[in-house]
Ligand binder design. Structure first.
Ligand SMILES: [Fe+2]
Length: 370
């Protein structure tokens, strides 16, 4: 297939150094009152103040600092409450994937009749929300390009998407300057998440020429720049990482992902570790599981990165000092994890049909005794 049956991607993307200061101009068509959802670092590095100062006196902007960690359902309700009481016309998310997912869900559910959990459990959204503007500050999740908002349901101990076509960002602003000063671990975990997403999209059973081209370019951009960004954090490598992450997001928005994400979500809920770290840990076991099924695609990726894929991923884990977070640990709820992997929408897109024994092989590799 050349093109997916349905493709949805942001209609406007700004990509330049300092582009975040265009936010004030970009949101004006949506209305004069807005809520900026952001992470802690945006305030610390002074960018939040600069962004607010860039708005004209006619505009009215409020800010909402997202809680640390990945969003849970009650966080969404809280942002919605803030935005409704303020009668916001738009919501901008400026942050990593968790901040973007939080802001995206809050904007999307602004006019919703039910609580967020209703939509996470498959309920149909009655009415679109208000415009969402996405400004990533990590090169990682690709959330700026997708209609998904990944949210933890603490009561049921699951991590599931809330999604609707209306959730898509109206404008995406890619500004590599926002990535300057990111802690090394945040940078590489996000970068590895992006690399995993590009890999999973490229080999997905739903892949099309369109998604493959973007995914392979994303593999190249991230592979060529992740080590440079880790060692020097220079603007040119951050710029290419940000673009690679965005391309991966556009690619997997139509192709979906694979078993790495099928497994990363339940493990993420149990162990409360960074998503990118878990994806990094699952990467090698999943490559080995899929290698025979994907055939020539394995060689194409290896050729694109200039080294055998398994060897290159081993190198990246070593160079970027990404540890094995599950080694030596006991997995208490193995059956629940296996069931979550097998019922995951990501796993359904994996090129090899994943069986119980495949998940057990991956878990044995992850939880091996030291
Ligand atoms: Fe991911």
């Amino acid at each position: 297939m050349i093109f997916p049956k349905e493709n949805i991607m942001p209609s406007k993307t700004l990509f330049s150094e300092g582009a975040v200061l265009e936010l004030s101009k970009e949101v004006m068509p949506f209305g004069s009152k807005g809520l900026i959802v952001h992470g802690r670092s945006l305030e610390k590095n002074g960018y939040l103040e600069r962004i607010i100062k860039s708005f004209s006196p006619e505009a009215s902007v409020r800010t909402y600092m997202a809680a640390c960690g990945e969003p849970v359902l009650c966080h969404i309700a809280d942002v919605i409450e803030s935005a409704r009481s303020y009668k916001a016309d738009w919501i901008a998310g400026i942050g990593g994937g968790s901040v973007l997912d939080l802001a995206k869900a809050a904007a999307g559910l602004f006019n919703a009749k039910e609580d967020p959990v209703f939509y996470q459990e498959g309920g149909t959204l009655e009415e679109a929300g208000i415009p969402f503007i996405a400004v990533p500050t990590t090169a990682g999740t690709g959330s700026e390009a997708t209609i998904n908002s990944v949210i933890i349901n603490e009561e049921k101990q699951v991590k599931l998407s809330i999604r609707d076509n209306s959730f898509l960002a109206r404008t995406v602003i890619l500004d590599p300057e926002l990535l300057i000063g990111l802690p090394k671990d945040v940078l590489v975990y996000a970068g590895m998440d992006a690399l995993v997403q590009a890999y999973e999209s490229y080999i997905s059973r739903n892949a099309t020429w369109f998604s493959e081209m973007l995914a392979l370019k994303a593999v190249n951009l991230i592979n060529d720049n992740i080590v440079k960004a880790y060692k020097k954090s220079d603007i040119s490598s951050l710029k290419e990482m940000l673009l690679g992450s965005y391309f991966a997001g556009v690619a997997f928005a139509s192709s979906r992902l694979g078993v790495i994400h099928g497994l990363a979500h339940p493990l993420g809920v149990i162990y409360n570790l960074p998503h990118g770290l878990i994806c990094s840990a699952c990467f090698l076991p999943a490559i080995k599981i899929n290698k025979d099924t994907i055939g020539e695609k394995y060689n194409i990726i290896s050729e694109a990165i200039g080294k055998d894929l398994i060897a290159r991923v081993e190198d990246l884990l070593n160079i970027c000092k990404i540890g094995a977070p599950f080694e030596g640990k006991e997995l208490a709820n193995k059956i629940d994890v296996i069931n979550a992997v097998l019922s995951s929408g990501s796993t359904a897109a994996n090129p090899k049909t994943i069986l119980v024994e495949d998940v057990e092989i991956m878990l044995s590799a992850l939880f091996k005794k030291q």
